[in-house]
Design a protein around this ligand. Structure first.
Ligand code: URA
Length: 234
């Protein structure tokens, strides 16, 4: 693979940014400084940036704390997208795993690993998704029971049982194992309530980092990737 593509794939920067880095003699291949972006390298070559060895990763994984007002898409003519928030990265090939509504906040996994995404989103895998929800009206015991059993949200089948834990009369954590369109909002609508704020806290083994400010992202840690891969392959 061409050196400039290799560096782009690693997320070092865009094609033009990595060409600039190469021109500035910041890249060495097998201990020789290189200035030609078109030379070919492979995973056996020792490629360094400013003397630091780069680890080639075919797949990249990021945790984004999605803010409200941003759409879950790779591109859009009018609105800011979640990929626009990964400002320092080469976002080519990256995509969000699943959808959060424009006004929903919280955990969004962004990757170029299609197999992992497929497994996490597969209806057969029943991956847990936990949300923090604020409601217009106090939640009733009947509503908690109904949501726990499954409710009719106008689809062919009722929702699968959800787990609810109340934080206050008007705020709850709810865990669901499906990913239907506007599911949480429609579930609370079905029990006569209205969601005023929604934030995803976790998806499978991956939990939103408390220290990650709204609108920020970070690469997943190795153990987080491993846990996701182990669970999704079950
Ligand atoms: N359910 C919703 O209603 N909206 C989301 O963004 C996610 C789950």
């Amino acid at each position: 693979m061409r050196l400039d593509k290799y560096l782009c794939d690693l997320g070092i920067g865009t094609r033009s940014a990595v060409k600039e880095i190469i021109k500035k003699k910041r890249i060495s291949v097998n201990e020789n400084i290189v200035t030609d972006p078109s030379i070919h390298v492979d995973s056996n070559d020792r490629v360094k940036l400013d003397g630091n060895l780069l680890k080639y990763q075919e797949y990249r994984y990021y945790m984004l704390n999605k803010p409200s007002g941003v759409i879950t898409a790779t591109e859009d003519k009018c609105s800011q997208t979640v990929l626009d928030l990964l400002s320092g990265e080469n976002v080519k090939d990256l995509f969000p795993v699943g959808r959060l509504d424009k006004d929903t906040e919280g955990l969004l996994l962004i990757t170029n690993d299609g197999n992992l995404a497929h497994d996490l989103l597969s209806p057969k895998k029943h991956v847990d998704k936990c949300y923090y929800v604020e409601l217009e009206k106090p939640i009733t015991k009947d509503a908690i029971n109904a949501l726990g059993n499954g409710v009719d949200i106008g689809d062919d089948t009722c929702t699968l049982p959800a787990t609810i834990s109340a934080v206050s009369p008007t705020s709850v954590y709810i865990t669901i194992t499906e990913g239907r369109y506007h599911q949480i909002k429609r579930m609370f609508h079905a029990v006569g309530n209205h969601v005023t704020y929604l934030k995803r806290i976790s998806m499978g083994s991956l939990t939103l980092d408390d220290d990650l400010p709204l609108g920020n992202y970070r690469p997943l840690y190795d153990d987080e990737i491993l846990m996701l891969q182990m669970r999704s392959s079950r």
